[in-house]
Design a protein around this ligand. Structure first.
Ligand code: ARG
Length: 270
């Protein structure tokens, strides 16, 4: 996670960002701290990266890279405003002991790339290039399913699709059908016939920008219908108010980068 010490909206790279409207950094900080506490209550291990002064979007750690099996594939941002974040995240990964592989192709990390079971689902259309999908398929030796996003307000995959259960054999997701093109929607229907379909309102308050441990699902407080759907499906939704961060087009998942360490071998565990 990255504390939003320098959070503001000073440029616009998605339809949510209105530099002419005021932002409240103190409010962003307290909402973010609430999210952090929610993670702590679920016993997540949390690492923090130092926020860069001139990087108001750095709070959105999901975009900092993709970490699978101890290997960090770095981000390469579409917009110059965020480009310097990639190097800061890469340095952090290296210092923390991850194998860092520098991306050649444009990609915005876990904002657009979600691991579900053994498969990587990768968004494209606004930020992440399909060339990077090929790059990461090769790097991680995993199937990569490309999904095309078509709505500018749902410009990253993690704004339109929530991973509820990522365990192989138990894969379960929620998504907003209208955020995808026909082929991608058909692919999602085929692979996830029991997915939760979220309504327009709850998607637009960033309910799908959620973090799940397989039982508890941290989502937007205002996504009440989605929370009901989650309860019906056996989950325990936890609503968090991140309305200040939504002024930059982000929510709970955007603030979170999952650090998937390499599985410990029996020798290492000894
Ligand atoms: N203002 C940021 C941008 O447009 C928000 C990023 C949200 N991150 C995410 N993973 N969806 O890049």
């Amino acid at each position: 996670m990255c504390r939003p010490s320098h959070f503001t909206v000073s440029y616009s790279i998605n339809p949510w960002m209105k530099p002419e409207d005021p932002t409240d950094t103190a409010r962003a900080l307290s909402q973010w701290a609430e999210l952090r506490r929610a993670f702590e209550r679920l016993s997540f291990t949390i690492e923090e990266i130092e926020p860069g002064e001139d990087l108001p979007d750095m709070v959105f750690a999901a975009n900092g890279g993709l970490v699978v099996d101890g290997t960090a594939y770095t981000a390469k941002f579409t917009h110059p405003e965020r480009a310097p974040e990639a190097g800061l995240y890469a340095e952090w990964f290296a210092r923390a002991g991850y194998d860092v592989v520098e991306a050649v192709e444009t990609n915005e990390g876990e904002g657009d790339i979600l691991l579900i079971g053994d498969t990587l689902f990768a968004g494209t259309g606004f930020r992440t290039d399909t060339a990077s999908h090929r790059e990461m398929a090769e790097l991680f030796g995993r199937e990569v399913v490309s999904l095309r996003l078509v709505r500018p307000d749902f410009y990253h995959l993690d704004t339109a699709l929530a991973v509820l259960d990522d365990r192989p054999g138990h894969e379960h997701i929620a998504y907003l059908p209208s955020a995808f093109d026909d082929a991608s929607r058909a692919e999602l229907e085929r692979r996830f016939p029991d997915a939760i379909l979220v309504d327009e309102h709850d998607a637009s308050v960033f309910g799908l920008n959620a973090v799940s441990d397989g039982l508890h699902v941290i989502t937007a407080a205002r996504a009440t219908a989605f929370q009901h759907q989650l309860r019906e499906a056996g989950y325990e939704p936890i609503g968090v108010d991140l309305t200040e961060l939504l002024l930059a087009g982000g929510g709970a998942k955007c603030c979170t980068l999952v650090l998937r360490t390499r599985p410990t071998t029996p020798e290492e565990a000894r």
